[in-house]
Design a protein around this ligand. Structure first.
Ligand code: PBG
Length: 326
């Protein structure tokens, strides 16, 4: 009998030797939600085991993550007050600035990536300022604000700014502002290909950032478009992005693979809130083997071409790697 494919599957050791793709703790970026207050640890309803954290708690969570072997966090901020332009994001005493300073002080060895966007800070929940005439997000006015926000993050000690608002020209605008102000060595991880996705639902609960009118389809991408997805990312590379991102991850592995073949930059895949919620829910109901499904998902991201995986599961993945899973 022809048993060619069995030969190298005969033992765990042999399978390990010929494994093509590996997952390691260095692949992981752990998203965290910072808010004001003291001793606050609010679990997010639609994301079990994920919390909105006051800065004292955030520092503890980050230290625990670093202790498990995680090298980077992605920081999101929840301001106390929101307004039309997102003033908290433009203030040196805003939540991201305060949280970044605290994290860098407490854990200098942990990389703090900061999400650069306005949807968590504006009262209308859109990712930029609204043009009163058209009622849509004003791209170019938002670019000026993004440049200011990037400098706030840079001065607070961010290790990498990550613009997520899908404004046209955002990378070049942010790069120019950083370079002019002495932050030439601060990298940009662009959310370069971000789809208008239903899988962001639980995040919007977490960040209280659902748009109060309309939707984000005017600036986020149509899930049906693959060529445009590559064009978006290559455009950000041309503008000077240091790393690119595909978001969401699970339903877009074909895009990650295509991009992998067209760029030499590192690629991050964002395993978003809705993907996290689905796996958690199915696990809790006992419908799947949660640990195995989780690790299978992670290795699939690597196989598709991801260098970085941004995931709420990061701490669990470390525990499973320590336990010899995969
Ligand atoms: C926008 C932003 C979003 C996410 C990360 N950055 C949400 C959005 O576009 O509505 C989603 C992350 C997730 O769903 O886990 N600042």
């Amino acid at each position: 009998m022809f048993k060619r494919f069995r030969r190298l599957r005969s033992s765990a050791n042999m399978r390990e030797l010929v494994q093509e793709t590996r997952l390691s703790k260095s692949d992981l970026v752990y998203p965290l939600f910072a808010r004001f207050g003291v001793g606050v640890r609010n679990e997010i309803g639609s994301m079990p085991d994920v919390f909105q954290l006051s800065i004292d708690e955030l520092v503890k969570e980050a230290a625990a993550a670093r202790g498990k072997g995680i090298r980077a966090v992605m920081l999101f901020g929840l301001p106390d007050t929101k307004d039309g332009v997102g003033s908290d994001a433009l203030s040196e005493n805003g939540i991201i600035a305060e949280a970044t300073r605290a994290l860098k002080k407490a854990a200098p060895d942990l990389l703090v990536f900061t999400d650069l966007c306005f949807c968590e800070y504006t009262d209308h929940g859109h990712c930029g300022v609204i043009d009163p005439k058209s009622g849509y997000v004003d791209n170019d006015a938002t670019l000026e604000l993004l440049a200011k926000q990037a400098l706030i993050h840079a001065k607070a000690g961010s290790d990498c700014v990550a613009p997520s608002g899908m404004m046209d020209g955002m990378v070049v605008a942010i790069r120019a502002a950083l370079d002019e102000n002495g932050f030439e060595t601060l990298p940009i991880l662009s959310y370069s290909t971000k789809f208008a996705s239903a899988f962001y639902g639980p995040f919007r609960d977490a960040a209280q950032s659902a748009p109060s009118f309309g939707d984000r389809r005017g600036y986020q991408m149509n899930p049906a478009n693959a060529r445009e997805a590559i064009a978006e990312s290559l455009e950000d590379e041309a503008q000077g992005a240091d790393m690119l991102m595909i978001k969401p991850a699970l339903a877009y592995l074909d895009i990650a693979r295509r991009l992998r073949e067209q760029t030499n930059l590192p690629i991050a895949l964002y395993n978003v809130s809705g993907e996290y919620a689905m796996l958690k829910a199915a696990g809790k109901l006992g419908l799947i083997d949660y640990d195995r499904a989780l690790m299978e998902t992670m290795i699939a991201f690597k196989r598709a071409g991801a260098d970085l995986i941004i995931t709420y599961h990061a701490k669990e993945v470390c525990d499973l790697l320590d336990g010899g899973e995969i």
